[in-house]
Write a protein that binds this ligand. Structure first.
Ligand SMILES: [Zn+2]
Length: 118
């Protein structure tokens, strides 16, 4: 079985309560692997660490509003992910501008390799 494109998310299935909910990266929907229910996200796009790293890599320093605009994420989600990345030492914030740390750049290259299936 190929697990390519499937990543488990933090979501609980609203139908069966299973935590085995996978994210389909191609469609952006969440799929419950237990009952097959598809959870379509409409309120705001899910934002991941990789997405943020990608934007920071491309653009260098970015402010919170910039990141919000390019990712389409809600304040809460974006802030949560950024905080998580900061705790992992992947990003740094200076004067309201976020940028990738050296560790973050390495992490991004590794993840990029995985995304492309190297
Ligand atoms: Zn389910």
């Amino acid at each position: 079985m190929s697990r390519r494109g499937l990543r488990f998310s933090q979501t609980t299935c609203p139908i069966c309560g299973s935590k085995e909910v996978a994210r389909d990266d191609n469609k952006g929907d969440l799929l419950c692997t237990n009952c097959g229910h598809i959870i379509v996200r409409t309120e705001s796009r899910a934002v991941g660490k990789f997405d943020i790293a990608q934007h920071l890599k491309r653009n260098g320093k970015m402010s919170f509003p910039n990141l919000k605009e390019v990712t389409g994420a809600s304040d809460d989600k974006l802030f949560g992910v950024l905080q998580n990345m900061e705790n992992m030492g992947l990003v740094m914030q200076l004067g309201g501008q976020w940028s990738l740390s050296k560790k973050g750049s390495r992490w991004y290259r590794q993840r990029q390799g995985q995304e492309w299936g190297y």
